[in-house]
Design a binder for this molecule. Sequence first.
Ligand code: NDP
Ligand code: MG
Length: 395
Amino acid sequence: MLNTLHSDVTLPRRISVLGATGSIGVSTLDVLQQAGGRERFDVVALTGMGNAALLAEQAKAIGARIAVTADEANLGELTERLAGSGIQAAAGRQALIDAASEPADWVMAGIVGLAGLAPTMAAARAGATVALANKECMVSAGDLFLRETAKAGVTVVPVDSEHSAIHQCLSAEPDHTVERVIITASGGPFRTFTRDAMEGVTPDQAAGHPKWSMGRKISIDSASMFNKGLEMIEARHLFHLAPAQIEVVVHPQSIVHSAVSFTDGSMIAQLGMPDMRTPIAYALAHPSRIAVNVERLDLIKAGRLEFEAPDEARFPALRLAREAMAHGRAAGAVLNGAKEVALEAFMARRIGFLAMADIVERVMAQLAHLPAPQTLDDVHAADAEARARASAIIA
Ligand code: NDP
Ligand code: MG
C-alpha cells in the first residue's frame, strides 16, 4: 500500500547509510523499508562499528552492495556473516571513506562523533545529498563543511529534529524576514533538579531521556544540555544566523520541535510526536513528502504545551555554546572535543555530572588562541588538542 502512496514522489535511488547500526541508522532503514525497500532503492553502502551482527543482517535485508565496519577487529565476523550473500565486506577508517565516496544520490550521516566528519565530507564531495544527523560536522567544522558542500554543489538537509523543524518553517521564506529561531529543548531528566541534586546523578540516570529514544551519548548530552549547546552552534551554521538570533526555550512535552519568528510578528512552528523517523522521511523526500507510519500527533490528547526559560546557572552548557559562537575560530571544535572526553569520563564514573561543564570551560579558556580550522587536519588537530587538555585536567 505504501508503495502506491509513494509512486508519484521522486525519491533518491542510490542510498548509503553511515552509522546504520545506531539509533538514527536503524530508524533510517525502517523508513527506507517503509518507502519500498530493496525494490525501490539501490543501497550502495551501510556502515557500523561494533555491531557486526546487526550490520550483516541489515545489509542482507536491504540488499546493500557493501558493508563496512569501522573496526578492523570485526572484519572476520562481518565477512563470515555475509558469506554467500554477494555483499562485499570491508573494515577500517579508509574503507569507510571509500564506501562513503561511492557514487550515491543520498547519504545518511548517522555516525556519532567527529569520526563522522571525514566520511560525510567524502560523500558530499562525491555528489550525494547529505541527510545530516551527525551534528559534530557543523559544531567542529561548520564553515569548512559548508564551504566543501557548496563547492561540491550538494544539498544538506538537516535531520536533527530541531533543525528539520527550522528547515520546514523556513521553506520559501526569504532570509531577511527571519528575526529569531527558537530551538526547543525537553530539559532532559534533570530539568527540575537543583544543582546539588545533579551532583550525584549516575550515567544510567542521565541516559534516561524522558521523551526521545536515542544513542547513549546524545541522551547524556541532553541531560547536561550540551546537546542543546551543540544544536545552537549547528543552527548558526546551517541557517547562517547571528548568535543573537538563536534562542533556546524549554518545552518538556517535546511536541513543538522548534519555531521561527518573522519580521511581521508571525511565528511558525513545526509539531509532531517525538520520533526521528519523521525528520528522516522529510530529509529523504525533500522537497516532497512521503507517507511514513509513525504515531500521529493528537492535539487534544497532548492537551497542554508548556514553555519555560532555560536556567543557565544549572545548565552552563548553554552559556558555553554562546561563548563558543561569540569567540568563533576553533571554539566549536574545542568545545566538542573537550566535551567528548568529559562525557566519556562521566560515563566511566571517573568524574561527576557537573564536572563536565567545568572541564569544557577550562579547556576553552586554554585554547582560545587556536585559529579557525581551514582543513580536515586542522579540525582533527584542534579536537586532539582539546581532548589532550581535558584528559590532563581529569588526570
Ligand atoms: P548511536 O550511538 O546510536 O550510533 C552511532 C553509529 O555510529 C553506530 O552505527 C555506530 O556503530 C557508529 N560508530 C560509532 N563510533 C564510530 C566510529 N568511531 N567510526 C565509525 N562509526 C562509528 O548514535 P545515534 O544514532 O544516537 O546518533 C548518531 C548521530 O546523530 C550523532 O551525531 C547524534 O548527535 C546525531 N543525532 C541523533 C539523534 C537520535 O535521535 N539518536 C537525534 C539527532 C541527532 P556500532 O553501533 O555498530 O558500534
Ligand atoms: Mg536534536
